[in-house]
Design a protein around this ligand. Structure first.
Ligand SMILES: Nc1nc2c(ncn2[C@@H]2O[C@H](COP(=O)(O)OP(=O)(O)OP(=O)(O)O)[C@@H](O)[C@H]2O)c(=O)[nH]1
Ligand SMILES: [Mg+2]
Length: 381
């Protein structure tokens, strides 16, 4: 065996250098604000990541935009196919109102759920006629009875631009394009803060049931969790099983995270997202009490949209103050878990993730909170 004997003093020196290196690395990591985006499927996590790219990195390059064109066309096909496929399955069913559209609907049905191999004029013309049919619009108004992507109307309305050979996606198209997340990704950016640049690392994960088992692998070192709930989900069922109420699932997953010992120290910021869709649904007469009976007698004095906002905010606060059963939290004799959670580490915002200005304002608030939480939990103040 080859044995090199170093004088002890030198060995000590080396270990001190390593020690110092580790310490300064630890200090550096403490200064980095690590944020984890969580929430059920389609709640808006990836859209927030895109906004950070627009607001704090370099936006989308021409190449990145061009790379999204196949996804956007996929969104269009999925939207029209889902509408046509479901109009006679919902109860009561809906009929096409323009006779000539019946053969166009059959043509789309024959293509199947995946986009065609070739995008022809006949294909785009058919989609345009079908989307203009009052029967399809009635089906669209009942989209909570089946599974339709939120970007359907945005892209179907824009089909004339998108079918053009020279089409380049707009920033809005990039924000609305829906791609399900199936892996964990990270973006890094710096924000000026009190004359310095503060570094942020933000992690995006998939929110569907099968994806959630991956979440735990990114819990380590997280200073703040941005938890997204799609407030407009109140009348929809999960894509995963077609029966569980989506909003209820959102609250349930938030409860699991809020009370999880793995992220006990992380600040929790809730985004009650998709406020634009929530407002529209309420204006269109959709009733929350049909899915949450306790809403019927809630705060009767306010208008329905303000009532809805307050109702959902209260649900979050209720979760944060209701200690779950010992089977879901590690039981430590003599320790009151409730007391360990600082209520000031929970913040709630109403958001529209597709609106860059809205996210800019909200994130401006959130970044100060996150920095403050990080300073407090790392013991620097
Ligand atoms: N109108 C509107 N659409 C939104 C809003 N937030 C997200 N969307 C749209 O909703 C769809 C789903 O958003 P994503 O950001 O992909 O959701 P996600 O949480 O990343 O979903 P998973 O990756 O499946 O977990 C996209 O088409 C978004 O453009 C919002 O506030 N308003
Ligand atoms: Mg995603």
């Amino acid at each position: 065996m080859l044995c090199i004997n170093k004088p002890p003093s030198e060995e000590k020196k080396v270990s001190q250098i390593i020690d110092n290196g580790l310490k300064s690395e630890k200090k550096r990591l403490e200064r980095i604000q690590q944020i984890l985006l969580l929430g059920t499927g389609e709640s808006g996590k990836t859209t927030i990541i895109k906004q950070m790219k627009i607001l704090h990195i370099n936006g989308f390059s021409e190449q990145e935009k061009m790379e999204k064109v196949p996804n956007i066309k996929q969104n269009i096909h999925e939207s029209i196919f889902t509408l046509i496929d479901n109009m006679d399955k919902i109860s009561p069913p809906v009929d096409l109102e323009v006779e000539d559209n019946k053969k166009l609907a059959q043509y789309i049905r024959n293509i199947g759920p995946n986009p065609p191999t070739e995008y022809t004029n006949e294909y785009y013309d058919s989609i345009q006629s079908l989307w203009a049919d009052p029967g399809v619009r009635k089906t669209y108004m009942r989209a909570n009875e089946f599974q339709l992507i939120d970007s359907a109307a945005h892209f179907l309305d824009r089909i004339n631009d998108i079918r053009d050979a020279d089409y380049i996606p707009t920033v809005q198209d990039m924000l609305f394009c829906r791609v399900m997340t199936v892996s964990i990704s990270k973006i890094e950016f710096k924000i000026p803060y009190k004359g310095q640049k503060v570094e942020f690392w933000m992690y995006d994960v998939g929110g569907q049931r099968g994806e959630r088992k991956k979440w735990i692998s990114v819990f380590e070192g997280i200073g703040a969790i941005l938890f997204l709930i799609a407030a407009s989900d109140f009348d929809q069922t999960l894509r995963e099983d077609g029966k569980t109420n989506r909003l209820r699932e959102g609250f349930q997953v938030f409860a699991d995270i809020f009370w999880s010992r793995f992220v006990r120290k992380a600040g929790k910021i809730v985004f009650l997202n998709k406020q634009d869709i929530l407002k529209k649904k309420i204006e269109n007469g959709k009733k929350i009490e049909k899915h949450f009976p306790e809403f019927a007698n809630f705060e009767k004095t306010k208008n329905d949209y303000d009532r809805a906002k307050l109702f959902m905010k209260n649900k979050i606060l209720e979760i944060a103050t209701t200690q779950p059963g010992t089977e879901t939290v590690e039981f430590i004799p003599g320790v009151d878990i409730k007391q360990e959670i600082k209520s000031e580490l929970l913040y709630i915002h109403f958001t529209i993730a597709t609106d860059t200005n809205n996210v800019k304002l909200v994130f401006n608030d959130v970044k100060d909170i996150i920095i403050a939480i990080n300073l407090e939990t790392s013991g620097l103040v």
